[in-house]
Design a protein around this ligand. Structure first.
Ligand SMILES: C[S@@+](CC[C@H](N)C(=O)[O-])C[C@H]1O[C@@H](n2cnc3c(N)ncnc32)[C@H](O)[C@@H]1O
Length: 722
């Protein structure tokens, strides 16, 4: 590394590096071994060969080679860091610490700083690890330091400090993927920063600016359920809230206050806070999944409707912006919020008035349109759609944003049938029933850019661990997504396997059209969409390396027949990633479905609102379902349909799944890595089952923690002989 390299050697080194990038490890090894024959003291060749060895799983040789390189070039801090990293991976923390410290002494550098702190952390000296990073954070500008520090502080429940460092990073870095890896701990810190752990971090504005930045690219910020209102309302004048001793104005406080002091919605000063940029961005970008926040906006909507009803010209600028954001949220949640009888009447009158106005004049009051759109989908009113599309084509930003979200975007989700092939007819009666439901309500609704947090890189991790001989994500694979719905899995899988060909199938044409648009929004191009029943896969010629089928088989008349169809197009050494409902986890949902059936409630807008209200208020018989308040599905009409009114839904336990797999010459491999935290707990309970494969242990585990698989059992399987 220190002496200049001859061109011919450089060429060979470049070729070796290229081979390493392509995962052609044997070729790289041959070139580097030849180079070392010619010059055994070549530090470059030693270091690159060490990397090859590491990738081949031979850490001992990797360590030996880098140690040799370090002896040749003892003052090279990069090489010392490498020796430190390999020592750490081998489990020799003491040596690793020594090498990182040497490296740091030669030259202050972020890798050594992170290395030292990670060793302290591994040795359970957590406070030392944190204070070491704190001491060094301002010495070197490298985003990895605040990122690591924030994560460590979060783990140690130092939420206020964790937020500070997360903010520092979010505001300084422009790499969305880096920022997005921080979204979860950041949101959780905001949430956990409960009243008794106050005082606030000092930098209220910085926190708000950071959340706004996280919302800026239009991607949904799912983890940010609540916990951020208190920052927005922190500086509000306390005498506004009469008779309160509270100092923290969080969503619960605000919603309860509005409920008993409805008049506060007439206060311009309060409305200024309620229509702050952050809150409006949040309303427009992400599904509101918190019943307190929902209550704030349903009350506001009711208030604004009355106000417009009495005098439409009384709506100020802030209220106008608020209305625009609320109607975008309502459209996104499928109008799932509760509407009172008074509101129903007022909106009915307003609708009639708008229709009349449209006949007579070319000038409709925009706030009347917006409040109407807070209750009913604009797209269902053709004359209004035509009027708005013409009138606001190139006018002001707010109104155009509404037209874009409520008219243009939903239309664009429906217009992609030309890009969808079809294969054979859907004949099966259950498939037809299920098809009709998903035609009406494509599932799930989503928007924006989908970032894959590093821990969710499920396939990659699984590959690394289990199918080492095929662990090259650069190899082109054939992937099938059976029952792809609206395309979330398609986008995720495509980002993990960018070199692959993805075939995504579904029986719902509108879902496929939705998936097409979202895939394009996310810059995904390596796919084809086919409208078909997965039962028809038995007649399909292509074979696949990977088949994903999540949340689909349990909606079929005979899930095992569906599984057989999947197996019929699985390559001999391919694997399946299957998602099936757990009977244990869904016991409560089953009870709720029974209660709904006993009460003769149907899936209309009105009755779903009734069910939601009963759960929110904990009415008689519904008090045991309040865990649903933490489930995203609860906050969207389409998702509520899927959760509570599915025409066909079966459930399984792990023994049944194991039997089905065995009957079909398949074996259970492991749960998906999205359950990594669950796996960590399992590991502690069952340390002997290193492969995490014992169905018996997992059943016992689930009995002990029934909600573990509330989403689904999501697992990998492969043919028994492979
Ligand atoms: C609950 S959604 C899951 C969507 C997607 N897999 C996900 O996890 O986001 C179920 C999907 O399976 C599709 N589906 C159900 N039965 C099917 C069948 N027999 N063949 C193909 N698709 C089917 C539905 O149309 C629907 O889009």
């Amino acid at each position: 590394m220190s002496t200049p390299i001859q061109p011919i050697i450089k060429k060979k080194l470049d070729l070796a590096k290229d081979n390493i990038n392509k995962n052609q490890l044997n070729d790289a090894e041959n070139i580097l071994s030849d180079l070392l024959q010619e010059d055994p003291l070549s530090v470059d060749s030693l270091v690159w060969l060490a990397l090859v060895k590491k990738k081949q799983g031979d850490l001992k040789s990797a360590l030996m080679l880098t140690t040799k390189a370090s002896n040749i070039s003892p003052n090279n801090s990069d090489i010392l860091n490498l020796v430190g990293l390999y020592s750490k991976e081998i489990g020799d923390n003491d040596s690793a610490l020594g090498y990182f410290k040497k490296s740091q002494k030669i030259k202050e550098n972020a890798t050594a700083i992170l290395g030292i702190s990670s060793i302290y952390w591994a040795l359970d000296k957590k406070i030392l690890a944190i204070s070491f990073l704190e001491k060094n954070i301002s010495k070197i500008k490298d985003y990895r330091i605040p990122m690591k520090l924030s994560a460590m502080q979060f783990e140690e429940k130092l939420y206020s400090k964790s937020i500070e460092n997360a903010c520092r990073l979010i505001l300084a870095v422009d790499n969305n993927q880096v920022i997005n890896n921080l979204k979860t701990p950041f949101a959780d810190s905001l949430f956990y920063l409960a009243k008794d752990t106050f005082p606030f971090p000092n930098n209220n504005n910085v926190i708000i600016a950071s959340i706004e930045k996280l919302l800026d690219d239009g991607s949904e910020y799912r983890n940010l359920k609540n916990g951020f209102f208190k920052f927005v309302f922190k500086d509000i004048k306390t005498d506004l809230f009469k008779d309160t001793k509270e100092k923290i104005f969080d969503e619960k406080f605000i919603s309860e206050y509005i409920n008993s002091n409805f008049d506060i919605l007439n206060d311009d000063y309060f409305i200024k806070y309620l229509s702050s940029n952050l809150l409006l961005k949040r309303l427009k970008n992400s599904l509101i999944c918190c019943h307190h926040i929902e209550s704030i906006y349903t009350q506001t909507r009711k208030h604004l409707l009355s106000k417009i009803f009495i005098d439409k010209s009384s709506i100020g600028e802030a209220e106008h912006r608020l209305l625009s954001a609320i109607c975008i949220q309502c459209d996104y949640n499928g109008y799932v919020w509760e509407v009172t009888d008074k509101e129903k009447k007022e909106i009915q009158n307003l609708e009639e008035k708008i229709i009349e106005d449209l006949k007579l004049t070319d000038d409709i009051n925009i706030n009347e349109v917006l409040i109407y759109a807070c209750y009913k989908p604009l797209l269902n009113n053709t004359s209004l759609v035509n009027y708005l599309s013409k009138k606001f084509k190139d006018t002001d930003e707010i109104n155009y944003e509404v037209i874009q979200s409520l008219i243009l975007e939903p239309l664009s989700l429906r217009e992609n049938n030309d890009h969808i092939k079809s294969f054979n007819e859907v004949k099966d009666k259950t498939s037809l029933k299920v098809m009709n439901m998903y035609k009406e309500h494509p599932y799930p609704k989503w928007k924006g850019i989908l970032y894959i947090p590093s821990e969710i890189n499920v396939h990659q991790k699984y590959y690394d661990r289990d199918l080492t001989e095929k662990n090259d994500s650069n190899i082109q694979k054939e992937i099938l997504i059976a029952g792809c719905g609206t395309g979330q899995e398609l986008v995720t899988v495509s980002k993990i396997y960018s070199n692959s060909n993805i075939t995504a199938i579904d029986i719902s044409l509108p879902s496929l059209s939705y998936a097409y648009k979202r895939a394009k929004d996310n810059d995904v191009n390596n796919f084809e969409l086919i409208h078909m029943d997965l039962l028809e896969l038995v007649n399909y010629k292509k074979k696949f390396d990977i088949i994903n089928c999540s949340g689909v088989l349990h909606h079929m008349k005979d899930p095992e027949l569906g599984l057989k169809a999947l197996i019929s197009c699985l390559k001999e050494d391919g694997y399946l990633n299957i998602g099936l409902y757990s009977r244990t986890a869904r016991e409560n949902i089953t009870k709720l479905r029974k209660l709904i059936a006993d009460n003769n409630l149907n899936n209309s807008q009105e009755e779903i609102a009734k069910i939601r209200r009963s759960i929110i208020l904990g009415y008689d018989g519904y008090e045991s379902f309040n865990h649903l308040l933490n489930v995203r599905d609860f906050y969207s009409f389409n998702e509520m349909q899927d959760l509570l009114f599915h025409p066909r839904e079966l459930m399984f336990n792990l023994e049944e799944i194991d039997e089905i797999l065995k009957r079909n010459n398949l074996e259970f491999i492991e749960f998906d890595n999205k359950y990594q935290k669950v796996k960590d707990v399992y590991n502690k309970n069952y340390p002997k089952d290193k492969e995490l494969r014992s169905i018996k242990n997992w059943s016992e585990f689930e009995d002990q923690y029934p909600p573990t698989f509330l989403g689904m059992y999501q697992f990998f399987a492969k043919r028994i002989d492979n």
